[in-house]
Design a binder for this molecule. Structure first.
Ligand code: NDP
Length: 384
Protein backbone atom coordinates (compact mmCIF):
# COMPACT_ATOMS: atom_id res chain seq x y z
CA UNK A 1 0.00 0.00 0.00
CA UNK A 2 1.40 3.42 -0.98
CA UNK A 3 0.28 6.53 0.88
CA UNK A 4 -0.76 9.38 -1.41
CA UNK A 5 -1.75 13.05 -0.98
CA UNK A 6 -3.24 15.26 -3.67
CA UNK A 7 -2.99 19.02 -3.18
CA UNK A 8 -5.49 20.81 -5.43
CA UNK A 9 -7.54 17.61 -5.78
CA UNK A 10 -10.69 19.42 -7.02
CA UNK A 11 -8.91 20.93 -10.04
CA UNK A 12 -8.30 19.53 -13.49
CA UNK A 13 -4.97 17.84 -12.62
CA UNK A 14 -6.25 16.79 -9.19
CA UNK A 15 -9.34 15.03 -10.63
CA UNK A 16 -7.26 13.28 -13.28
CA UNK A 17 -4.84 12.15 -10.57
CA UNK A 18 -7.62 10.69 -8.44
CA UNK A 19 -9.02 8.88 -11.48
CA UNK A 20 -5.73 6.98 -11.80
CA UNK A 21 -5.44 5.81 -8.19
CA UNK A 22 -6.01 2.13 -7.54
CA UNK A 23 -6.50 -0.30 -4.68
CA UNK A 24 -2.77 -0.13 -3.91
CA UNK A 25 -3.08 3.57 -2.94
CA UNK A 26 -4.14 4.83 0.47
CA UNK A 27 -5.20 8.50 0.33
CA UNK A 28 -3.99 10.62 3.24
CA UNK A 29 -4.74 14.23 2.28
CA UNK A 30 -6.96 15.95 -0.29
CA UNK A 31 -7.23 19.74 -0.55
CA UNK A 32 -9.22 22.51 -2.24
CA UNK A 33 -9.55 26.28 -2.03
CA UNK A 34 -13.34 26.76 -1.91
CA UNK A 35 -15.09 23.81 -3.50
CA UNK A 36 -16.20 22.13 -0.26
CA UNK A 37 -18.85 19.96 -1.92
CA UNK A 38 -16.47 18.39 -4.42
CA UNK A 39 -13.71 18.01 -1.83
CA UNK A 40 -16.07 16.19 0.54
CA UNK A 41 -17.32 13.89 -2.24
CA UNK A 42 -13.74 13.05 -3.24
CA UNK A 43 -12.62 12.49 0.35
CA UNK A 44 -15.51 10.09 0.97
CA UNK A 45 -15.09 8.26 -2.35
CA UNK A 46 -11.34 7.78 -1.81
CA UNK A 47 -11.58 7.15 1.96
CA UNK A 48 -9.12 9.98 2.63
CA UNK A 49 -7.81 10.55 6.16
CA UNK A 50 -7.95 14.35 5.94
CA UNK A 51 -9.68 16.99 3.78
CA UNK A 52 -8.32 20.54 3.92
CA UNK A 53 -10.16 23.59 2.61
CA UNK A 54 -8.09 26.73 2.22
CA UNK A 55 -10.99 29.14 2.82
CA UNK A 56 -11.59 28.97 6.59
CA UNK A 57 -15.15 30.25 6.31
CA UNK A 58 -16.04 26.99 4.55
CA UNK A 59 -14.91 24.70 7.39
CA UNK A 60 -18.47 24.37 8.83
CA UNK A 61 -19.79 23.29 5.43
CA UNK A 62 -16.95 20.80 4.92
CA UNK A 63 -17.34 19.40 8.43
CA UNK A 64 -21.08 18.97 7.99
CA UNK A 65 -20.64 17.23 4.61
CA UNK A 66 -18.13 14.84 6.22
CA UNK A 67 -20.14 14.13 9.35
CA UNK A 68 -20.69 10.44 9.97
CA UNK A 69 -17.52 9.54 8.03
CA UNK A 70 -13.99 8.90 9.27
CA UNK A 71 -12.56 11.82 7.24
CA UNK A 72 -11.16 14.67 9.35
CA UNK A 73 -11.63 18.24 8.15
CA UNK A 74 -9.35 21.25 8.66
CA UNK A 75 -9.10 24.71 7.07
CA UNK A 76 -6.79 27.62 6.36
CA UNK A 77 -3.24 28.24 5.22
CA UNK A 78 -1.59 26.82 8.34
CA UNK A 79 -3.68 23.65 8.14
CA UNK A 80 -2.70 23.30 4.47
CA UNK A 81 1.01 23.49 5.30
CA UNK A 82 0.64 21.13 8.26
CA UNK A 83 -1.10 18.64 5.97
CA UNK A 84 1.74 19.00 3.45
CA UNK A 85 4.23 18.10 6.20
CA UNK A 86 2.56 14.69 6.69
CA UNK A 87 5.00 12.04 5.41
CA UNK A 88 3.67 10.19 2.34
CA UNK A 89 5.10 7.91 -0.31
CA UNK A 90 3.76 10.03 -3.18
CA UNK A 91 2.27 13.51 -3.39
CA UNK A 92 0.78 15.55 -6.21
CA UNK A 93 1.27 19.31 -6.09
CA UNK A 94 -1.57 20.65 -8.24
CA UNK A 95 -2.69 23.86 -6.57
CA UNK A 96 -2.74 26.62 -9.16
CA UNK A 97 -0.58 29.73 -9.08
CA UNK A 98 1.88 30.98 -6.49
CA UNK A 99 -0.53 29.76 -3.78
CA UNK A 100 1.00 26.35 -4.50
CA UNK A 101 4.50 27.45 -3.55
CA UNK A 102 4.43 26.99 0.24
CA UNK A 103 2.62 23.61 0.08
CA UNK A 104 5.07 22.43 -2.61
CA UNK A 105 8.04 23.34 -0.43
CA UNK A 106 6.52 21.50 2.52
CA UNK A 107 5.78 18.46 0.34
CA UNK A 108 9.37 18.49 -0.93
CA UNK A 109 10.44 17.92 2.65
CA UNK A 110 7.94 15.18 3.50
CA UNK A 111 7.05 13.15 0.40
CA UNK A 112 9.30 10.41 -0.94
CA UNK A 113 8.17 11.27 -4.47
CA UNK A 114 6.75 14.65 -5.45
CA UNK A 115 4.79 14.87 -8.70
CA UNK A 116 4.97 18.55 -9.59
CA UNK A 117 2.20 20.07 -11.70
CA UNK A 118 2.43 23.48 -9.98
CA UNK A 119 4.98 24.97 -12.38
CA UNK A 120 4.82 28.29 -10.54
CA UNK A 121 6.89 26.72 -7.73
CA UNK A 122 9.82 26.18 -10.06
CA UNK A 123 9.34 29.56 -11.76
CA UNK A 124 9.19 31.52 -8.50
CA UNK A 125 11.52 29.51 -6.30
CA UNK A 126 13.12 26.67 -8.26
CA UNK A 127 16.34 26.91 -6.25
CA UNK A 128 14.45 26.52 -2.97
CA UNK A 129 12.47 23.52 -4.23
CA UNK A 130 15.59 21.83 -5.62
CA UNK A 131 17.49 22.44 -2.37
CA UNK A 132 14.63 21.08 -0.27
CA UNK A 133 14.38 17.93 -2.40
CA UNK A 134 18.14 17.41 -2.25
CA UNK A 135 18.12 17.76 1.55
CA UNK A 136 15.19 15.40 2.12
CA UNK A 137 15.95 12.91 -0.66
CA UNK A 138 12.59 13.58 -2.30
CA UNK A 139 12.37 12.46 -5.93
CA UNK A 140 10.89 15.29 -8.01
CA UNK A 141 8.98 14.26 -11.12
CA UNK A 142 7.59 16.97 -13.39
CA UNK A 143 3.98 16.60 -14.51
CA UNK A 144 3.77 19.31 -17.13
CA UNK A 145 3.57 17.18 -20.27
CA UNK A 146 6.57 18.94 -21.86
CA UNK A 147 8.80 18.51 -18.82
CA UNK A 148 7.60 14.96 -18.31
CA UNK A 149 8.64 14.30 -21.93
CA UNK A 150 12.09 15.80 -21.32
CA UNK A 151 12.43 13.88 -18.04
CA UNK A 152 11.56 10.67 -19.91
CA UNK A 153 13.97 11.46 -22.76
CA UNK A 154 16.76 12.08 -20.23
CA UNK A 155 16.20 8.80 -18.35
CA UNK A 156 19.46 6.86 -18.36
CA UNK A 157 21.29 9.62 -20.28
CA UNK A 158 24.27 11.73 -19.27
CA UNK A 159 22.84 15.23 -18.72
CA UNK A 160 26.25 16.72 -19.64
CA UNK A 161 25.65 15.45 -23.19
CA UNK A 162 22.50 17.55 -23.64
CA UNK A 163 22.81 20.08 -26.44
CA UNK A 164 19.28 21.53 -26.40
CA UNK A 165 15.85 20.88 -25.00
CA UNK A 166 13.00 21.59 -27.40
CA UNK A 167 9.70 22.44 -25.76
CA UNK A 168 6.74 21.94 -28.06
CA UNK A 169 3.73 24.24 -28.00
CA UNK A 170 0.32 23.86 -29.63
CA UNK A 171 0.37 27.55 -30.51
CA UNK A 172 -3.05 27.78 -28.80
CA UNK A 173 -6.35 28.92 -30.34
CA UNK A 174 -4.78 32.09 -31.81
CA UNK A 175 -1.91 30.43 -33.65
CA UNK A 176 -3.21 31.65 -37.01
CA UNK A 177 -4.95 34.84 -35.82
CA UNK A 178 -3.70 38.27 -36.87
CA UNK A 179 -2.58 40.83 -34.28
CA UNK A 180 -5.73 42.85 -35.02
CA UNK A 181 -7.94 39.82 -34.34
CA UNK A 182 -6.04 39.00 -31.15
CA UNK A 183 -6.58 42.56 -29.90
CA UNK A 184 -10.32 41.87 -29.91
CA UNK A 185 -10.13 38.30 -28.55
CA UNK A 186 -12.79 37.58 -25.92
CA UNK A 187 -12.53 35.34 -22.86
CA UNK A 188 -14.68 32.72 -24.66
CA UNK A 189 -12.32 32.75 -27.71
CA UNK A 190 -9.39 32.37 -25.34
CA UNK A 191 -10.87 29.37 -23.54
CA UNK A 192 -11.33 27.45 -26.79
CA UNK A 193 -8.13 25.32 -26.62
CA UNK A 194 -7.63 23.10 -29.69
CA UNK A 195 -6.33 19.91 -28.00
CA UNK A 196 -6.29 19.84 -24.21
CA UNK A 197 -9.16 20.24 -21.76
CA UNK A 198 -7.57 22.10 -18.82
CA UNK A 199 -8.38 24.53 -16.02
CA UNK A 200 -9.47 28.08 -17.00
CA UNK A 201 -6.29 29.92 -16.03
CA UNK A 202 -3.86 27.57 -17.73
CA UNK A 203 -6.04 27.60 -20.86
CA UNK A 204 -5.73 31.41 -21.01
CA UNK A 205 -1.99 31.04 -20.42
CA UNK A 206 -1.84 28.70 -23.40
CA UNK A 207 -3.58 31.24 -25.64
CA UNK A 208 -1.12 34.01 -24.69
CA UNK A 209 1.83 31.57 -24.59
CA UNK A 210 2.51 32.75 -21.03
CA UNK A 211 2.24 29.09 -20.19
CA UNK A 212 5.13 28.34 -22.54
CA UNK A 213 7.07 31.23 -21.02
CA UNK A 214 6.56 29.69 -17.55
CA UNK A 215 7.65 26.34 -18.97
CA UNK A 216 10.86 27.81 -20.40
CA UNK A 217 11.74 29.14 -16.94
CA UNK A 218 10.63 25.88 -15.32
CA UNK A 219 12.82 23.87 -17.73
CA UNK A 220 15.87 25.91 -16.79
CA UNK A 221 15.27 25.14 -13.11
CA UNK A 222 14.40 21.47 -13.56
CA UNK A 223 17.11 20.46 -16.00
CA UNK A 224 19.91 22.93 -15.22
CA UNK A 225 20.15 24.15 -18.82
CA UNK A 226 21.02 27.66 -20.01
CA UNK A 227 18.72 30.02 -21.87
CA UNK A 228 20.59 29.22 -25.11
CA UNK A 229 19.89 25.53 -24.63
CA UNK A 230 16.10 25.97 -24.56
CA UNK A 231 14.08 26.30 -27.75
CA UNK A 232 10.35 26.44 -28.32
CA UNK A 233 8.80 24.80 -31.39
CA UNK A 234 5.15 25.25 -32.32
CA UNK A 235 3.62 21.85 -33.02
CA UNK A 236 -0.15 22.18 -33.42
CA UNK A 237 -1.00 18.46 -33.12
CA UNK A 238 0.72 18.14 -29.69
CA UNK A 239 1.68 14.55 -30.39
CA UNK A 240 5.38 15.18 -29.76
CA UNK A 241 5.30 16.35 -26.16
CA UNK A 242 8.90 17.65 -26.20
CA UNK A 243 12.40 16.60 -27.22
CA UNK A 244 16.03 16.53 -26.14
CA UNK A 245 18.90 16.96 -28.58
CA UNK A 246 22.22 15.43 -27.52
CA UNK A 247 25.80 16.31 -28.52
CA UNK A 248 25.81 13.59 -31.20
CA UNK A 249 22.79 15.35 -32.82
CA UNK A 250 20.45 12.53 -31.84
CA UNK A 251 17.04 13.79 -30.78
CA UNK A 252 14.95 11.76 -28.36
CA UNK A 253 11.28 12.72 -28.42
CA UNK A 254 8.38 11.48 -26.33
CA UNK A 255 5.12 11.00 -28.25
CA UNK A 256 1.59 10.11 -27.24
CA UNK A 257 -2.02 11.22 -27.42
CA UNK A 258 -2.53 14.68 -25.90
CA UNK A 259 -3.89 13.55 -22.53
CA UNK A 260 -2.57 14.80 -19.18
CA UNK A 261 -3.17 11.37 -17.65
CA UNK A 262 -0.07 10.22 -19.53
CA UNK A 263 2.29 12.50 -17.60
CA UNK A 264 0.38 12.04 -14.32
CA UNK A 265 0.38 8.25 -14.70
CA UNK A 266 4.09 8.24 -15.51
CA UNK A 267 4.81 10.18 -12.31
CA UNK A 268 2.46 7.95 -10.30
CA UNK A 269 4.01 4.67 -11.35
CA UNK A 270 7.64 5.83 -11.84
CA UNK A 271 10.02 4.07 -12.36
CA UNK A 272 7.57 1.48 -13.72
CA UNK A 273 5.20 1.94 -16.64
CA UNK A 274 1.68 0.66 -16.08
CA UNK A 275 -1.40 0.58 -18.37
CA UNK A 276 -3.23 3.92 -18.54
CA UNK A 277 -6.72 4.71 -19.90
CA UNK A 278 -5.36 6.71 -22.83
CA UNK A 279 -6.15 6.52 -26.56
CA UNK A 280 -3.29 4.74 -28.32
CA UNK A 281 -1.50 6.68 -31.05
CA UNK A 282 -2.25 5.26 -34.49
CA UNK A 283 0.49 6.13 -36.99
CA UNK A 284 -1.64 4.73 -39.82
CA UNK A 285 -4.26 7.43 -39.36
CA UNK A 286 -1.98 10.20 -38.10
CA UNK A 287 -1.85 12.30 -41.26
CA UNK A 288 0.89 14.77 -40.39
CA UNK A 289 3.09 16.34 -37.73
CA UNK A 290 3.74 20.06 -38.29
CA UNK A 291 6.44 22.21 -36.74
CA UNK A 292 6.94 25.98 -37.04
CA UNK A 293 8.81 28.73 -35.21
CA UNK A 294 6.86 30.77 -32.63
CA UNK A 295 5.95 34.34 -33.60
CA UNK A 296 7.35 36.54 -30.84
CA UNK A 297 5.62 39.64 -32.22
CA UNK A 298 2.14 38.23 -31.70
CA UNK A 299 3.27 36.25 -28.64
CA UNK A 300 5.70 38.48 -26.68
CA UNK A 301 5.55 36.01 -23.76
CA UNK A 302 8.57 34.10 -25.03
CA UNK A 303 10.65 37.27 -25.35
CA UNK A 304 9.71 38.15 -21.78
CA UNK A 305 10.72 34.66 -20.61
CA UNK A 306 14.19 35.16 -22.15
CA UNK A 307 14.45 38.45 -20.23
CA UNK A 308 13.65 36.57 -17.05
CA UNK A 309 16.38 34.01 -17.75
CA UNK A 310 18.91 36.77 -18.49
CA UNK A 311 18.16 38.68 -15.27
CA UNK A 312 17.81 35.56 -13.11
CA UNK A 313 17.26 35.82 -9.35
CA UNK A 314 13.65 36.41 -8.50
CA UNK A 315 12.70 37.79 -11.93
CA UNK A 316 10.68 34.60 -12.40
CA UNK A 317 8.66 35.49 -9.30
CA UNK A 318 8.02 38.97 -10.72
CA UNK A 319 6.98 37.55 -14.08
CA UNK A 320 4.57 35.08 -12.51
CA UNK A 321 3.01 37.59 -10.10
CA UNK A 322 2.50 40.16 -12.87
CA UNK A 323 1.00 37.44 -15.06
CA UNK A 324 -1.47 36.47 -12.33
CA UNK A 325 -2.56 40.11 -11.96
CA UNK A 326 -2.92 40.42 -15.75
CA UNK A 327 -5.00 37.24 -15.87
CA UNK A 328 -7.33 38.43 -13.11
CA UNK A 329 -7.86 41.72 -14.94
CA UNK A 330 -8.52 39.97 -18.26
CA UNK A 331 -10.97 37.49 -16.71
CA UNK A 332 -12.78 40.40 -15.01
CA UNK A 333 -13.05 42.15 -18.39
CA UNK A 334 -10.93 45.14 -17.28
CA UNK A 335 -8.18 44.74 -19.88
CA UNK A 336 -7.92 43.26 -23.36
CA UNK A 337 -6.08 40.12 -24.48
CA UNK A 338 -2.94 41.91 -25.74
CA UNK A 339 -2.83 44.19 -22.69
CA UNK A 340 -1.78 41.23 -20.55
CA UNK A 341 1.74 41.10 -22.04
CA UNK A 342 2.06 44.91 -21.78
CA UNK A 343 1.21 44.77 -18.09
CA UNK A 344 3.85 42.10 -17.43
CA UNK A 345 6.50 43.97 -19.47
CA UNK A 346 5.73 47.12 -17.47
CA UNK A 347 6.15 45.38 -14.11
CA UNK A 348 9.37 43.66 -15.20
CA UNK A 349 10.80 46.92 -16.55
CA UNK A 350 9.90 48.83 -13.40
CA UNK A 351 11.46 46.32 -11.02
CA UNK A 352 14.51 45.51 -13.15
CA UNK A 353 15.21 49.21 -13.87
CA UNK A 354 14.94 50.06 -10.20
CA UNK A 355 17.29 47.12 -9.53
CA UNK A 356 14.62 46.05 -7.09
CA UNK A 357 14.59 42.45 -8.26
CA UNK A 358 16.25 40.47 -5.53
CA UNK A 359 18.80 37.90 -6.49
CA UNK A 360 18.55 35.76 -3.43
CA UNK A 361 16.11 32.90 -3.02
CA UNK A 362 17.20 32.32 0.55
CA UNK A 363 13.74 31.90 1.94
CA UNK A 364 10.06 31.84 1.14
CA UNK A 365 9.55 35.25 2.81
CA UNK A 366 11.88 36.91 0.30
CA UNK A 367 10.07 35.21 -2.57
CA UNK A 368 6.64 36.22 -1.28
CA UNK A 369 7.84 39.82 -0.66
CA UNK A 370 8.97 40.06 -4.28
CA UNK A 371 5.67 38.54 -5.39
CA UNK A 372 3.77 41.24 -3.48
CA UNK A 373 5.86 44.12 -4.90
CA UNK A 374 5.20 42.87 -8.43
CA UNK A 375 1.46 42.51 -7.76
CA UNK A 376 1.26 46.02 -6.32
CA UNK A 377 2.94 47.52 -9.38
CA UNK A 378 0.77 45.40 -11.69
CA UNK A 379 -2.34 46.85 -10.06
CA UNK A 380 -1.21 50.38 -10.99
CA UNK A 381 -0.87 49.60 -14.71
CA UNK A 382 -3.45 51.13 -17.05
CA UNK A 383 -3.87 50.48 -20.80
CA UNK A 384 -2.61 53.40 -22.92
P1 NDP B 1 -7.43 24.19 -11.57
O1 NDP B 1 -7.75 25.64 -11.55
O2 NDP B 1 -8.29 23.30 -12.37
O3 NDP B 1 -7.38 23.62 -10.06
C1 NDP B 1 -6.64 24.29 -9.08
C2 NDP B 1 -6.72 23.56 -7.76
O4 NDP B 1 -6.07 24.35 -6.76
C3 NDP B 1 -8.14 23.36 -7.23
O5 NDP B 1 -8.19 22.24 -6.40
C4 NDP B 1 -8.38 24.62 -6.40
O6 NDP B 1 -9.42 24.47 -5.45
C5 NDP B 1 -7.02 24.75 -5.74
N1 NDP B 1 -6.69 26.13 -5.37
C6 NDP B 1 -6.88 27.25 -6.11
N2 NDP B 1 -6.44 28.34 -5.44
C7 NDP B 1 -5.98 27.89 -4.23
C8 NDP B 1 -5.43 28.53 -3.09
N3 NDP B 1 -5.26 29.87 -3.03
N4 NDP B 1 -5.07 27.77 -2.05
C9 NDP B 1 -5.24 26.42 -2.06
N5 NDP B 1 -5.78 25.77 -3.13
C10 NDP B 1 -6.13 26.48 -4.20
O7 NDP B 1 -5.90 24.08 -12.02
P2 NDP B 1 -5.23 22.96 -12.93
O8 NDP B 1 -5.53 21.62 -12.36
O9 NDP B 1 -5.50 23.23 -14.35
O10 NDP B 1 -3.68 23.29 -12.72
C11 NDP B 1 -3.01 22.98 -11.51
C12 NDP B 1 -1.52 23.22 -11.71
O11 NDP B 1 -1.06 22.32 -12.71
C13 NDP B 1 -1.20 24.62 -12.23
O12 NDP B 1 0.00 25.06 -11.69
C14 NDP B 1 -1.05 24.43 -13.74
O13 NDP B 1 -0.19 25.37 -14.31
C15 NDP B 1 -0.45 23.03 -13.78
N6 NDP B 1 -0.71 22.28 -15.01
C16 NDP B 1 -2.00 22.03 -15.40
C17 NDP B 1 -2.26 21.33 -16.55
C18 NDP B 1 -3.66 20.99 -16.96
O14 NDP B 1 -3.84 20.25 -17.93
N7 NDP B 1 -4.67 21.46 -16.29
C19 NDP B 1 -1.17 20.86 -17.42
C20 NDP B 1 0.14 21.11 -16.88
C21 NDP B 1 0.35 21.80 -15.71
P3 NDP B 1 -10.96 24.90 -5.82
O15 NDP B 1 -11.45 23.82 -6.76
O16 NDP B 1 -11.65 24.87 -4.53
O17 NDP B 1 -10.89 26.24 -6.46
Amino acid sequence: MRTVSVFGSTGSIGCNTLSLLGAEHHVKVLTAARNAAKLADQAIAHKAELAVIEDETLLPELTSRLSGTSVRATAGQTALIEAAQEPVDWAMSAIIGSAGLAPTLALAGSARTLALANKESMVCAGELVNAKCAASGCQLIPVDSEHSAIFQALAGQDSKQVRRVLLTSSGGPFRTWSLAQMKEASLADTLNHPNFSMGQRITIDSATMFNKALEVIEAQQLFAVTSEQIDVVVHPQQIVHSMVEFQDMTILAQLGSPDMRGAIGYALHYPQRKPLPIEPLDFMTLSRLDFEPPDETRFPALRLAREVLVHGGLTGTVFNAAKEVALDKFIAGHIGFLDMADLIAYVLDRLVEESAVQHSTEGLDIVMGMDKSARDIGQTWRPT
